[in-house]
Write a protein that binds this ligand. Sequence first.
Ligand code: AP5
Length: 216
Amino acid sequence: MRIVIMGPPGAGKGTQARRLSESTGIKHLSTGDMLRAEVASGTELGLLAKNFMDRGDLVPDSHIIAMIQKQIDDPAGVLLDGFPRTVVQARALDEALEKSGSPVDRVIHMSVDIDELVRRLKGRAICGDCQTPYNLDSDPPSKAGICDRCGGPVAVRVDDQPEAVTNRMKVYNELTAPVLDYYRARGDVAEVIATGSPDEVFEKLSEVIRSGATSN
Ligand code: AP5
């Protein structure tokens, strides 16, 4: 299966994509995680991407498409989180999947109101090694600053500072919301209201994937 998980910054895409990948066995591909790994390794792409990411701007399409292209035609399927984020990326994904004869099966839109998004991002911290997200207010790691899963360092993201969050929301509305319209025009989008506990949201998403329903 090829599943695209969409939603604004802080909607819980990373939290849920990890859980869905574990429960379904479908590979989780997050362009945000891939870029943060490039930044941490100091690669050419990482150095270029860091400036865009810290401000909350998108990394140019050509770099993103080149980075992800080799991995999206995995015959076992993929769970895409954070990609595509522009209509240019959505078209590139369609072209790549057309070649492999396995189009996108499902686009899931996780919606959360803006006050809740800001609250979630204010408390968010992630593991620098395995990228597991935490919330320092509602879901902190058992030992402060240390990841429960891998023992890596847990820290706040630079782009979760208020100015960058405001810009990320603006960029989402201007460049990524049109991707939802692109998929809605072909009737591919399942709408999920992603409020409630992470367990409740996981149940809603699992049901949408299981049943092929268009909302939950
Ligand atoms: P990326 O890492 O993809 O950031 P994002 O889309 O802004 O999404 P977030 O990671 O902020 O949020 P999320 O929805 O995953 O929420 P999470 O599960 O962490 O991208 C970062 C940057 O990389 C971009 O700004 C851009 O520069 C670049 N980039 C990436 N992809 C790109 C692309 N395709 N093209 C161009 N540039 C690209 O949860 C958030 C918080 O809420 C956590 O603390 C979590 O514990 C908590 N939480 C989760 N669920 C719940 C719940 N149900 N109730 C309460 N709290 C919850």
